[in-house]
Design a protein. Structure first.
Length: 388
């Protein structure tokens, strides 16, 4: 069994993460707007390009130590064990890596055969993020998921024997999903003893199949009241099971918070490798082109296919407020004053007063934290604290 210690705010600033985007899927989920292709024709070329981008960008993390590697997508579990080992080796070849890094693989249940799980457990990968979404067949079909309910349950039965550090994704707010059905989804998840759950409301992104279906009357519209009911039940039930609600969409047992995702919320540097991947370091953000062919061509010409921007002080403040409020660590008034100036601290307190009076926010040891009452409204609250 493999255990990764929880990340916390005291961790030194020289830590950094690497995200590797694998832009391939067997089929398109109706709600997804991430960059991916359902054709694997360019997979070999893409993997070589990922390795080359790692080499091209090795100097960007000079003086930093990589303590998390995250394979996201897309569906990274479509890669073979050898391909995953190759890319991990390329990270080690080009960067300084900590002694015990958290290495996460996003995976779909239909890719996790018994043998695949056993082989993964022998690899450097020590954390699985499994896209369950629902344990009910009708939900999976309505979202066009590639796996079945039986595959979801079977893969967890085996994976929990070989991996201690597992997170699963669950989707709530699905129209016509009763509270009882949502409750059963959660109880099934708890029954497998997973130590982390990421749970998101079903949302409608522009130009997705789901967006088209709703506009054409072929799928019911989203129901915010239902989503809030599911969210409140999610918070209540996970708390009973000993989970800590450490970020709006993330619930972890002690010592099982996602180190990689926590680094995003705490403003630590990360490097995004692959088409559409984003990077962040200090006040600089960049993102790669969202096109596999253009990405491969550019990398082969040793030209980084990315767009960069320098964040203004105002943009940095807004981002800190947004990410801070979503976590149990909140927004530090001291940090706001130190990093952005006294005027920003005064503005933040003025804008917060209404939400403090409504008990949607509270001041906790000089930190602004969202209350239980305000959690479902967090993004809206944060937007009202932004400096416009």
């Amino acid at each position: 069994m493999k255990n990764i210690m929880e990340s916390d705010r005291s961790e030194k600033k020289e830590k950094a993460g690497i995200y590797i985007h694998i832009p391939f899927c067997k089929q398109a989920c109706f709600y997804c707007d991430f960059h991916f292709s359902t054709s694997l024709k360019k997979k070999d070329e893409l993997i070589e390009a990922l390795a080359k981008e790692l080499e091209l960008r090795k100097d960007e993390f000079e003086g930093l130590t990589v303590n998390t590697i995250y394979f996201g997508g897309g569906t990274p579990s479509l890669l073979t064990i050898d391909e995953l080992r190759f890319l991990i080796a390329e990270v080690y070849r080009n960067f300084k890596v900590s002694e015990n890094p958290e290495i996460t693989l996003e995976a779909n249940p239909d890719d996790l055969s018994d043998n695949q799980i056993i082989e993964l457990s022998k690899s450097p990968i020590n954390r699985l993020s499994i896209g369950i979404q629902s344990f009910f067949e009708d939900d999976l079909k309505s979202m066009n998921r590639a796996h079945s309910s039986e595959e979801a349950k079977n893969c967890l039965s085996v994976a929990t024997r070989y991996f201690d550090n597992i997170t699963i994704d669950l989707i709530y707010g699905i129209p016509n999903m009763s509270l009882g059905k949502w409750h059963e989804n959660l109880q099934i998840a708890f029954g497998y003893g997973v130590n982390h759950i990421s749970s998101y409301a079903l949302t409608v992104e522009p130009k997705t199949a789901l967006d088209t279906f709703i506009k054409n009357g072929k799928y019911p519209a989203m129901n915010d009241e239902l989503a809030q009911l599911h969210f409140n039940h999610l918070m209540s039930e996970t708390e009973k099971q000993g989970f800590i609600h450490y970020e709006i969409s993330n619930f972890g047992k002690p010592n099982y918070f996602s180190k990689h995702n926590t680094s995003y919320w705490q403003g630590k540097p990360y490097l995004g490798i692959g088409p559409s991947a984003h990077s962040f370091h200090g006040n600089t953000r960049s993102w790669n082109v969202s096109n596999n062919t253009k990405y491969i061509k550019s990398i082969n010409e040793t030209v980084l296919p990315c767009t960069k921007e320098i964040l203004t002080v105002q943009e940095q403040y807004n981002e800190y407020v947004m990410t801070g409020l979503r976590t149990i660590w909140g927004v530090s008034l001291e940090k706001v004053e130190q990093d952005f100036g006294e005027d920003y601290k005064t503005y933040l307190l003025d804008q917060s007063r209404k939400h403090l009076n409504q008990q949607l926010l509270r001041l906790d040891n000089d930190k602004l934290v969202v209350t239980l009452k305000g959690k479902f409204l967090t993004d809206g609250i944060a937007s009202e604290l932004f400096m416009i």
